[in-house]
Design a protein around this ligand. Structure first.
Ligand SMILES: Cc1cc2nc3c(=O)[nH]c(=O)nc-3n(C[C@H](O)[C@H](O)[C@H](O)COP(=O)(O)OP(=O)(O)OC[C@H]3O[C@@H](n4cnc5c(N)ncnc54)[C@H](O)[C@@H]3O)c2cc1C
Ligand code: SF4
Length: 336
């Protein structure tokens, strides 16, 4: 690993100041960022050990807010330094946001959940094996081609037009978007609130990062809206039961009137460079009772525009299953 300087920021203000102190070096949005926030380090340190990223300065952000608090309107404000294990052990999240709880509980292994933070999870970089291998200077690293197009793409995207075909790696991103969360972002010029819907960006808009954060900005909080009377569930499909990322996942958040679905939000994960809203699936169910047939039709609608690559057509069916089961489980119908 290349030598680096370490800034042990005591709080949010110091962390932002440390990032901003790099001037243009810290603000460079290219593939070779010199100043990077360090949370649990599981993603970032692995990339540094693999020589795919070689920052000069790491800024500790584990001293940012690590609390989970109710907001005045009954929502929940989760600090970016909260560890995944603390998400899982929080009673309010388990009761009111089961899809978020499930997504955190399914991440990796117990060791990973004890170290990984909410901020690190949402901002972790893609798992594409070409991106993670120093031998491949692909588009996302400033090179001239995407190796997945003619290469090994069995875990890559089935939605999106490229030019990069990653799937977004964060499991928490999917329920965050489905619940309509907002993300608080701070930088040298103050703070801003970004809806989760607008936080993640497609590669044709931003090739070198997967979200709207400027290089000298930090994600400090995830704010979940008041739960009202929503019913929700996430469902993930994996090759391995643990120590891996899902090959497809879905979150369904339903507004129910008795057995009738009044409104719905459906978001798919691990199928596109960003968490993927499925408006056709949402419309397919509004005003109807949830049954297996309705959930199947919604899952078909959700995957209608999928364009698999040469090696990942299997993901279409897997994603349909995830959507169908998330919908049924959100409506309280047992699936397995
Ligand atoms: C075997 C294995 C299986 C896994 N399975 C899953 C899974 O199923 N689902 C899933 O979602 N994840 C999974 N993970 C990923 C794991 O959850 C993340 O690596 C972890 O959450 C990253 O958190 P961290 O705190 O260690 O982040 P770090 O490695 O410290 O940071 C990750 C990235 O985010 C940036 N960053 C960190 N905090 C902030 C912040 N506050 N603001 C802006 N940028 C920030 C860093 O600069 C870095 O680029 C798995 C990891 C492993 C090793
Ligand atoms: S999918 Fe993206 S990260 Fe992977 S090789 Fe192609 S350009 Fe690089």
């Amino acid at each position: 690993m290349k030598a680096f300087a370490y800034v042990n920021a005591a709080n949010e203000k110091e962390a932002v100041a440390a990032l901003a102190s790099g001037g243009m070096d810290a603000r460079t949005a290219g593939p070779d960022r010199k100043y990077l926030p360090l949370a649990g380090g599981m993603d970032l340190l692995a990339r540094m050990k693999d020589y795919t990223h070689q920052p000069d300065v790491l800024v500790n952000v584990k001293n940012l807010d690590a609390t989970i608090r109710q907001t005045p309107d009954g929502g929940l404000r989760i600090g970016s330094a909260v560890k995944l294990i603390d998400v899982i052990e929080n009673d309010l999240i388990a009761k009111n946001y089961p899809a978020f709880h499930y997504a955190a509980a399914e991440v990796g292994t117990p060791q990973i959940r004890h170290i990984g933070t909410v901020g690190g999870n949402l901002n972790q970089r893609p798992r594409c094996w070409y991106f993670r291998n120093e031998e491949f200077n692909c588009l996302k690293k400033g090179g001239s081609r995407c190796f997945s197009v003619d290469g090994e793409n069995q875990f890559h995207a089935i939605f999106g037009e490229g030019p990069c075909h990653i799937v977004h790696p964060s499991s928490l991103a999917v329920p965050s978007m489905a619940y309509g969360a907002r993300f608080r972002v701070v930088g040298p010029n103050g703070e801003r609130d970004v809806p989760a819907d607008d936080y993640f960006v497609m590669p044709d808009r931003s090739l070198f990062s997967e979200n709207v954060l400027a290089p000298d900005e930090l994600l400090t909080h995830v704010i979940l809206p008041a739960p009202r009377n929503l019913k929700s569930a996430s469902y993930e499909v994996r090759f391995k039961p643990s120590h891996d990322w899902p090959i497809a996942m879905a979150t369904a958040v339903l507004t129910m009137n008795g057995a009738t679905v009044q409104a719905a939000r459906v978001v798919l994960g691990a199928v596109a460079p960003i968490p993927w809203r499925a408006p056709a699936a949402e419309a397919a169910r509004a005003g109807r009772q949830m049954t297996e047939a309705v959930a199947t039709a919604a899952a078909e609608a959700a995957l209608k525009g999928a364009k698999p690559m040469s090696g990942n057509a299997y993901k279409v069916q897997v994603a349909k299953t995830a959507v169908k089961r998330a919908l049924l489980q959100a409506a309280g119908i047992r699936t397995v």
